[in-house]
Design a protein around this ligand. Structure first.
Ligand code: SF4
Ligand code: ZN
Length: 300
């Protein structure tokens, strides 16, 4: 006997390991979209009239993010922004996928490249030493996304980080012994200086997000970034994935546990540190140079 959807007579295509609910494609999509909508509401991510720059890499998470945001009845404008890092043999296909999605949704997408912001591709920046690939990539992608969002007059930046990313970050702070981050005891006024970032998929797992993409035929086979092998998170991601498989709900408990810890500890002693401006680019920073400028200085 095939397993049936808990909401209709159709064959189930997805079973939620945490709640044991089964869904057909249609009811799963509604359940997933409702999950995203309630995260947006719970964390008050969007206000009426917002202009939201949506980071669209063309990969699965950001593809699902933009599709769901476009489907929800939001009183906000969406401006997809794709960052071309300049990674040979990988990025062209994902940029094409991003452009096709914008066409399908009738949205005017923007493209910004690492060459636009620093005159070099990621491949060129890493030619001598590729080991720090993901931290260089992440730092410059943040810079590019901030710049593109400001250029289009956005009020917020949305990214496709899901529950897995959030739980991995919490765990990595513990694994590094970074008590400052674990306890939130170091806070800056960055929130008031940078465009606010929102993560509408923060309560949806990667498994659910991929399932949504498959059920709605949003995903195509795309190449993998050649620098993935240098990703620091890889080990944490695999270990946490195994834990979640054996004990469904683990990732949610990690993230909500961290939220409860921060709420209990309250505001940091010593108050909020005020940021200055980077000597080279004028971006907010606590040091003489911001993270992007200081890494570019080293890789000149
Ligand atoms: Fe950038 Fe690393 Fe992701 Fe490749 S795997 S796109 S280098 S962050
Ligand atoms: Zn700078």
């Amino acid at each position: 006997m095939p397993v049936l959807c808990g909401h209709c007579e159709k064959k189930a295509v997805y079973a939620d390991p945490a709640t044991k609910q089964s869904f057909c494609g249609e009811h799963f999509s509604v359940w997933y979209e409702n999950g995203v909508a309630s995260a947006i509401e719970k964390y008050r991510m969007i206000e009426p009239g917002d202009r939201i720059a949506v980071g669209l890499s063309g990969g699965k998470d950001s593809t699902v993010l933009l599709t769901v945001l476009a489907k929800l009845d939001l009183d906000a404008e969406l401006i997809p922004v794709t960052v071309d890092e300049g990674i040979g043999g990988y990025r062209d296909d994902t940029i094409l996928a991003a452009a096709r999605l914008c066409d399908k949704l009738g949205l005017d997408g923007r493209l910004i490249s690492f060459t636009d912001i620093c005159g070099k591709t990621l491949d060129e920046l890493l030619s001598r030493d590729p080991r720090q690939a993901c931290s260089v990539c992440g730092t410059l992608r943040r810079r590019a996304l901030n710049q593109a969002a400001r250029d289009v007059g956005a009020t917020k930046i949305a990214t496709g980080h899901c529950l897995d990313d959030e739980a991995q970050s919490v765990l990595m702070n513990y694994l590094r012994g970074d008590l400052t981050r674990v306890t939130g005891s170091f806070q800056t006024n960055a929130d008031t200086l940078f465009l606010p970032r929102i993560k509408p998929l923060c309560r949806s797992t990667e498994r659910e997000t991929v399932a949504y993409g498959l059920v709605n035929r949003l995903l195509t086979d795309l190449p993998e970034c050649p620098y993935t092998k240098y990703a620091l998170r890889a080990g944490v991601r695999t270990g946490l994935g195994k834990l979640e498989y054996k004990n469904p709900g683990t990732m949610m408990r990690i993230v909500t546990g961290q939220e409860k810890l921060l709420a209990k500890l309250g505001p940091p002693e010593g108050g909020v540190k005020k940021m200055g401006r980077c000597e080279l680019c004028g971006e907010p920073t606590l040091r003489r140079l911001c993270a992007a400028c200081s890494l570019l200085e080293k890789r000149r």
